[in-house]
Design a binder for this molecule. Sequence first.
Ligand code: HH2
Length: 279
Amino acid sequence: MHWQTRRFRIDLRRPRVMGIVNVTPDSFSDGGRHDDTRAAIAHCERLVAEGADILDIGGESTRPGSPRVDADSEWARIEAVLAAAVTLGVPVSVDTYKPEVMRRALDAGADIINDVQALQLPGALAAVAGSGAGVCLMHMRGEPASMMDLAVYGDVVAEVSAFLGQRAQAAVASGLPADTIALDPGYGFAKTTQHNLQLLAGQQRLAAWGHPLLVGWSRKRTLGDVTGRPVDQRLPASLAAALRAVSAGANVLRVHDVAATVDALKVWVAVDGATILPH
Ligand code: HH2
């Protein structure tokens, strides 16, 4: 399996690490540490040095209840960071749901668009069609401000799976090549702790769509609920969730703690992947 992006064809015979670069003053776990461009660029360089396979740059926080940012402000936050990131030799993703930001990011050389709204906003599919970019289509409901009111499911795995299948189909119908499309269950988005855990338990079913699976468990609230730990003490829990996700079919892990995740995956690959991909 592979994930075709603009400049890079990402080999997914082993799990890959996507390092998170939040260029936001209000991000739930980075608390504005990277709200300045130079710090964010240095962070990109550090994540690549730690072994990140992909960088994911975001200019608007999607934490529950977080304020909306207009396209111009979002772009102003990420523009210079993106320009530097695309010189680092790894595929660069931009985390945005706004078609305007997608277009500008693609003009500036972004390889992947990571959209928590699964390209549902008017103009989003058109913004990426024909660009050759990889896309990540994530499941959520509503908007960050209101999404927890919509966390009502009969069978969360079946409902998330059906949504992702429909969005992948819509993307293909708009001309996106199937191998550019990754799917993401959207852990923490319009889902209770119980839903997130049920979804991880049943995550393998999402792989049946034949698209790469990208997942984000890093430091999320569900891990705090399970362990009782605050956000800055969730690394062990994040690694456990990440490995459990890999065993349930995840191909790309979106994480804050790149070095630790890379180490965990090295052990995983040494034990499990050695027969698949000899080094
Ligand atoms: N989670 C967050 C943001 N973007 N994108 C994908 N594809 N999957 C995710 O699970 C996901 C995502 C939220 O996490 P974080 O980036 O740490 O926080 P913030 O919302 O403040 O950017």
